[in-house]
Write a protein that binds this ligand. Sequence first.
Ligand code: 2P0
Length: 325
Amino acid sequence: MSSSGVTLTAPVNIALIKYWGKLDETAIIPTNDSLSFTLSQDDMCATTTAMTVARGVKSKFWLNGKEMDLGHPRIRAVVEEVRKIAKVQGTDETLLDLPVRIASINNFPTAAGLASSAAGYAAATAALGALYGVKGDLSRIARIGSGSACRSISGGFVRWIAGSTSEDSIAVQVAPENHWPSLRWLICVVRATPKAVGSTEGMRRTIQTSPLMPARIASVPDKISAITKAIQERNFRAMAELTMQDSNQFHAICLDTFPPLFYMNDVSHRIIDFVHDYNRVKGSLIAGYTFDAGPNACLFTEQENFDELASVVEALFSDGVETDF
Ligand code: 2P0
């Protein structure tokens, strides 16, 4: 970290109740609330450095060492929003006028349905916010970069309140990092290559074509209330059932989209079958799953069951799955 630069890290978050669909594509106002768990800083994360450079030096942006277009509307929107707020809050305008350089690195596969944009935009927003001395909520700025990024600004369990304007669509923590210390995640990388249809295009297609989508949107408020209660009570069974059902509903909506969105693959389906069989054999619901817009499985369980679950998954799927922590 130099006097004119700052480096910050943000972890990925895993959605238990999914975000899928926008009411406003530019401001990124979602069709429904969503709720997620932010992994710890030691797990999958993005690290971003933001620094001002001397006048006349070109502004630049790198992702995983590759130079990207700083004119990309989303990264530009984040930079402009951070500067706008900093100006209102009284940051020296000479600093705000200087060219800026941003470099972000993910320690996990990018764009493979592992929430890379969430961690990336959260880290970039945090680094730019610190660089320009912005105070207060950063979640609505991160949201402008990538919707799910607003949930990676906080740790623990986080709810993104859909809101209806750019001002009131924000993420709030519903339980802190240390609320449920026995909860453990097993991220199974089924395929680490970028998805065929990106989230933005996929959501647009779903909104335009899925007859089931309105029913999903209507069902979310009750699910958010129920899972919030389950989290507060550390009720694993209720939390796991709601999470698995919401993942399945999200992928049903994807299949109901036309042309359909196939984010899971045969290995993903085998993992789902395995989790249900495993719980049945154990005689109790001890493991859960959720899948984002990709085939990779996010499994979860409690500490006492983690080692066994990890070794069984490793043994059964090691040919097609790379397990992470
Ligand atoms: C989620 N996903 O809640 C859901 C579940 C994918 C499936 O948020 O267009 O990359 O940048 O706002 O945030 C992926 O969407 O989409 C996502 P944009 P984003 O985590």
